[in-house]
Design a protein around this ligand. Structure first.
Ligand SMILES: [Zn+2]
Length: 322
């Protein structure tokens, strides 16, 4: 769980390594840049390095109590505050088959699976309250906010005070892919770390280490525009498009396709792939597919039955091998 798990982003790695070495570490850092390029992973790995009991020049050791707690999502002083749904966990895959599990500090408590969850004022208040409590032992308290631009103005205002005067050994990592929509008062209190899209070589490295065995076309690489997260989504989504489902498995496949995730999000993934294919090669069939997916998305937003909408969509897209 050290810096070598971050592909690309050499500027970030160099900057934080020197900050860690001099012990002049900023209390609040803004991780800014496009989605899917490793900001969340970098924030977690930095949190691990800050709290590691025996860190080395490459960051956290990965073996001590703190590292193990962090990797399993049970660190008592590293808090993730984001738009994960209740009970939902987020797993960030590392090299060598390891992973970091992230759990929400405070569940956003949303009703209805399809609501877009944003950082709520309750989450922010609870985070700021916890940030004023004394850190345990010689550990450091770290609050990771993802995506901070989702927070409302009152929620951000409640954070401002603690950003201005953080308690000792307390750190704030703010992640966003929409820096322009953040309050200037928040930005001015953070050390800014910009994450740029990965270059072609780093993308190839990513594909070799994390997506080995996957069939990745050059078009997918281009469409991902330097975002490993986007590339991974394209691959997942393209499987739905390319693989035919045998009829006897159709209904179970429909259910398992979106199981454990937001159906709207899954359909959006599919839409991205079909839209990218259509842009590459505009043709009536591509247009028909994009329109069908957009219609399904609109139906879901109108609270149509999820199973029915997705079954219909799959049938019309020819996913079933009739
Ligand atoms: Zn460690």
């Amino acid at each position: 769980m050290n810096f070598s798990n971050i592909i690309g982003h050499d500027n970030f790695k160099t900057a934080v390594k020197s900050m860690l070495a001099t012990e002049r570490f900023p209390y609040s850092i803004l991780f800014t840049g496009p989605e899917g390029i490793g900001k969340r992973l970098s924030a977690c790995i930095l949190a691990a390095a800050l709290n590691c009991r025996s860190p080395n020049e490459d960051g956290a050791c990965g073996e001590c109590v703190s590292c193990r707690q962090l990797a399993s999502g049970n660190h008592p002083q590293v808090y993730f505050i984001g738009s994960l749904k209740n009970e939902e966990e987020l797993k960030i895959e590392l090299l060598e088959g390891k992973e970091i599990v992230i759990q929400n500090l405070i569940p956003p408590n949303v009703s209805g699976a399809r609501t877009t969850v944003k950082l709520s004022i309750e989450q922010m208040r609870e985070a700021t309250r916890l940030s004023t409590l004394k850190a345990l032992g010689d550990g450091k308290k770290i609050f990771i906010f993802d995506d901070i631009a989702d927070a409302s103005i009152p929620a951000l205002n409640s954070l401002l005070k603690v950003l201005e005067e953080p308690s000792p050994q307390t750190y704030f990592f703010l992640i966003t892919n929409r820096e322009v929509s953040l309050l200037q008062t928040v930005l001015s209190r953070c050390r800014r770390m910009e994450f740029l899209p990965l270059d072609r070589e780093s993308m190839k490295n990513f594909a070799e280490s994390r997506l080995s065995g996957e069939d990745i076309s050059e078009e997918m690489f281009d469409a991902a525009s330097g975002s490993p997260g986007r590339l991974t989504r394209y691959i997942k989504a393209s499987k739905v498009r390319l693989q035919k489902i045998p009829p006897e498995k159709f209904f179970s496949e429909v259910k398992s396709w979106y199981k454990g995730s937001d159906p709207e999000e899954k359909i959006l993934m599919l839409l991205e792939v079909e839209a990218a294919a259509f842009r590459e090669n505009p043709n009536p069939e591509g247009y028909r597919r994009v329109t069908l997916i957009e219609k399904a998305l609109a139906d879901l937003k109108m609270n149509a039955s999820t199973d029915l909408t997705i079954s219909n969509l799959f049938l019309k897209l020819g996913a079933v091998d009739l």
